[in-house]
Ligand binder design. Structure first.
Ligand SMILES: [Cu+2]
Length: 159
């Protein structure tokens, strides 16, 4: 290798190393779910997603614990609590996106079994750019406000 090609190679490595600002770097914090009573077929998962790189989009969720997982948003219309499905959630750099009771949540339909306090299960999040991430969800007692000091907003009751 000549000195010239060596320098070219080093410049290339430098470029790759410096490309991080354009990459999506997603962090998923504190995934938890509320315990469900025996026979319940649906549940909800809460977590916080923070993008530490370039803008990205959360486009899917799945778990072996339920037949189907989807992103939902709770809202109130004429005093009635409703939910709508979200096909994606924008992730802006350094703006944590919180899924918490009464707001956005990950809805589990067709639970394979009750979510028991202390149990854990995997949840995989897929993104437009970042690689999929599988996190471990911890089940907390029914009515729990969550690991952080999130307040339970009036509205939807998730069993
Ligand atoms: Cu829901």
């Amino acid at each position: 290798m000549t000195r010239r090609t060596l320098l070219a190679a080093m410049a290339l490595i430098g470029m790759i190393g410096g490309a991080h600002a354009e990459d999506s770097m997603v962090m998923v914090d504190q995934p938890w779910a509320r315990a469900t009573p025996a026979g319940a077929t649906s549940g909800a998962v809460y977590l916080t997603v923070t993008e530490h790189g370039a803008p990205d989009r959360l486009i899917g969720v799945s778990t072996p614990a339920a037949g189907m997982a989807m992103m939902h948003e709770s809202y109130t219309e004429s005093g009635v609590s409703k939910m709508r499905m979200l096909d994606g959630v924008a992730l802006d750099p350094h703006k944590p996106v919180a899924f918490h009771p009464g707001a956005m949540h990950i809805m589990l339909e067709g639970l394979k079994g009750p979510l028991k306090v202390g149990a854990t299960f995997p949840l995989t999040l897929t993104f437009e750019k970042a690689a999929p991430q599988t996190v471990t969800v911890t089940v907390m007692k029914a009515g729990a406000p969550g690991p952080a000091a999130t307040t339970d907003m009036p509205g939807m009751k998730m069993n």
